[in-house]
Design a protein around this ligand. Structure first.
Ligand code: XIL
Length: 614
């Protein structure tokens, strides 16, 4: 007998349980500008979104709009009886908390403008709402100001208990009213959606029905960190939005803002270590290296220090160093100076204005940096000292300039490692070969390099989140850093929404922690890439004649090599060739006499041979 036909009893039970589910009437969409608008309302259009807002600036402090001029009235016909939640697509203006409240009628019908009982006040909309298509517009959400976002007005209150709307059979057409409370609050449209259904942003945008089933639970990644067991770390940034699932992905820690002098000592002699302690603890509890960001910088510095006499500033700098050294005895990497080429501690707002207290530019041009590092050696004798900056990997000139500072410090035995921030605004539009060439320049000081603040954007030309755009850029840029032999570790400057480049889509996961394509690729790439140097194989490769006289030479024993690069002594790639399982190759160079480096790459490793051209 066939077993898979449903029995009569189960069909009856299914029918009975469906009947208990609420009627699923289609959502009812109402454009805000389609109503009868009181005289204080205005209609505007921006980027093809038509919306309404109220003109007079005064905020009504009461729990009602006060006057008919601030009321908008709609006649709404529902498809059937049931209970509905009120959703609104709104935008809170630049005033944030001063632009984020409004009213809706306490039930259907024409309301009395000045009667508190007739209105529901909705407030504190600035920090709630949803913008991402797949998000369910259910609880509070976390969208901010200046964006169009959906809010479930029957779920969020912020001032008064919100309500749902009930429609009974035979009374399908109803009057509904909105009231203005603050200017700067824009309303695009409202949707009445059946209570109990789950509406996503996409559903509401398109007037689609919500779903009966709750959204899947947030994604939980399984660790360990992808660089576990690798000779390099792949670290992450510690801050509230970036904390979730940290140890499933990253194995090194740097505080995003908590270690900046302006965060720790906003008020003179009142130290706030709370979040910095948490970052340090995360690293030490898990055995991850900890990088302290940052002692000396020209941004996010205490304001009080800017106006002190130089001698007092220097005393405060000493106290700051001593306090950090005492509190965190096992810092692995210490950023002594950040952004020397871009943001020295000058008189700009938040810049600290203490450059002269450290000796000014002086005869080296960078005396203040030398003093900063001398003090660091004194207070942190066993810690690796780091210089850090951005946009030194995208132009040869900046790389040289940065190298100059590194060499000044190195000559005085004051620096151990070199930081390169690696932000998207530096790597974007920079060919991989130029990045490599500039890294080679920076590596020529002989110190380990670290990518300290990596991010790669993920939006398309229309500024919409685009996973494929981000994936392609990750595949182009990340291996250049990860496989460079001088780079000993990479730190991501965030990976979740709330990232400082969220507007550019640099986050690697979505709100629900699901992984974007670039992260899926990155995990696989890091796990499957073998890093190291081919010193042993090096010996098997012969290059002759050397010195070269007429520009021609032959390489033998290169069967596994797929790329040959010739670099000049500044680390610039001057010639490149692709190979296909050849055992020998003849190369002809059209180069000036001098010393060059021939790099042999097999996709995972780099070996080098010195070449002299006569
Ligand atoms: C950024 C943080 O990510 C933001 O949260 C903050 O608002 C501004 O600073 N270079 C640095 C970092 O060295 O400290 C900066 O961090 C990004 C640029």
């Amino acid at each position: 007998m066939r077993k898979n036909r449903p029995s009569y009893l189960s069909v009856v039970l299914l029918w009975a349980s469906l009947a208990t589910v609420q009627a699923q009437n289609a959502p009812v969409l109402q454009q805000a500008e389609s109503g009868t608008l009181g005289a204080d309302w205005t209609t505007a259009t921006q980027n093809s979104v038509q919306y309404i807002s109220v003109v007079p600036t005064a905020t009504i402090a009461a729990q009602n709009p006060g006057t008919a001029a601030r009321v908008a009235t709609y006649t709404v016909t529902f498809p059937g009886p049931g209970t509905y939640d009120l959703y609104a697509r709104v935008r809170v203006g630049a005033g944030a908390a001063n632009d984020d409240s409004f009213y809706y009628g306490n039930g259907f019908g024409t309301k009395s403008p000045a009667n508190d009982n007739d209105w529901i006040t909705i407030n504190q909309v600035a920090g709630v709402g949803y913008t991402i298509g797949s998000q369910v517009v259910d609880g509070a959400g976390s969208a901010q100001s200046n964006v169009w976002k959906w809010v479930n007005m029957s779920k969020i209150g912020g001032a008064e208990t919100p309500i749902s709307f009930t429609i009974t059979a035979g009374n399908l057409t109803q009057t509904f009213q909105l009231g203005a409370r603050e200017d700067g609050f824009d309303i695009d449209k409202v949707v009445f959606g059946t209570t109990g259904l789950y509406f996503t942003v996409t559903n509401l945008d398109n007037g689609q029905q919500g779903s009966v089933n709750p959204p899947p639970p947030p994604f939980t990644p399984v660790g360990p960190p992808m660089a576990t067991g690798k000779p390099k770390f792949l670290g992450g940034v510690h801050s509230t939005p970036q904390l979730a699932n940290f140890t499933a992905y990253w194995n090194q820690v740097v505080p995003e803002n908590a270690g900046k002098w302006g965060s720790v000592e906003a008020t003179r002699d009142v130290m706030n270590w709370t979040e910095l302690d948490a970052a340090y603890k995360l690293a030490k509890d898990n055995g991850y290296p900890f990088r302290m960001h940052v002692l000396i910088w020209g941004s996010q510095q205490p304001t009080w220090i800017a106006t002190l006499p130089a001698a007092e500033q220097l005393a405060e700098i000493n106290q700051w160093y001593a306090a950090v050294a005492q509190r965190y005895p096992a810092i692995d990497f210490l950023e002594v100076v950040n952004e020397p080429l871009h943001q020295p501690p000058g008189p700009n707002s938040g810049g600290g204005n203490y450059l002269n207290a450290l000796g000014g530019n002086g005869t080296t041009g960078w005396d203040w940096i030398i003093t900063s590092f001398q003090l660091a050696r004194q207070y942190f004798p066993t810690t690796k000292l780091m210089l850090n900056d951005y946009s030194v990997e995208n132009t040869a000139t900046s790389a040289q300039q940065y190298l100059g500072i590194v060499n000044l410090l190195k000559a005085r035995n004051l620096i151990d490692v070199v930081g390169i921030q690696g932000h998207a605004f530096s790597t974007r539009n920079t060919p991989a070969a130029s990045l490599t060439a500039n890294l080679n320049t920076l590596a020529s000081a002989g110190l380990p390099l670290y990518i300290t603040e990596l991010d790669i954007d993920g939006v398309n030309a229309q500024n919409q989140l685009d996973d494929q755009v981000q994936l392609a850029e990750y595949q182009r840029v990340f291996p250049v850093f990860w496989e460079h032999p001088a780079i000993k570790g990479v730190t991501m400057w965030g990976y979740r929404p709330g990232h400082w480049r969220t507007a550019q889509g640099a986050q690697l996961v979505n709100e629900d922690n699901t992984e974007r394509a670039a992260l899926v690729w990155l995990k696989n790439y890091v796990k499957s890439t073998t890093l190291g140097t081919t010193k042993a194989d090096n010996a098997a490769i012969s290059l002759f004649p050397n010195p070269v006289t007429n520009g021609s030479f032959t390489l033998k024993g290169i069967a596994h090599i797929n790329t040959i690069r010739v670099l000049d002594i500044r680390g610039q790639v001057v010639q490149e060739a692709t190979l296909h399982n050849q055992i020998a190759v003849d190369m002809k160079l059209n180069l000036r006499p001098g010393i060059y480096v021939v790099q042999l790459l097999d996709g995972k490793t780099v070996a080098s041979k010195k070449l002299m051209i006569k």
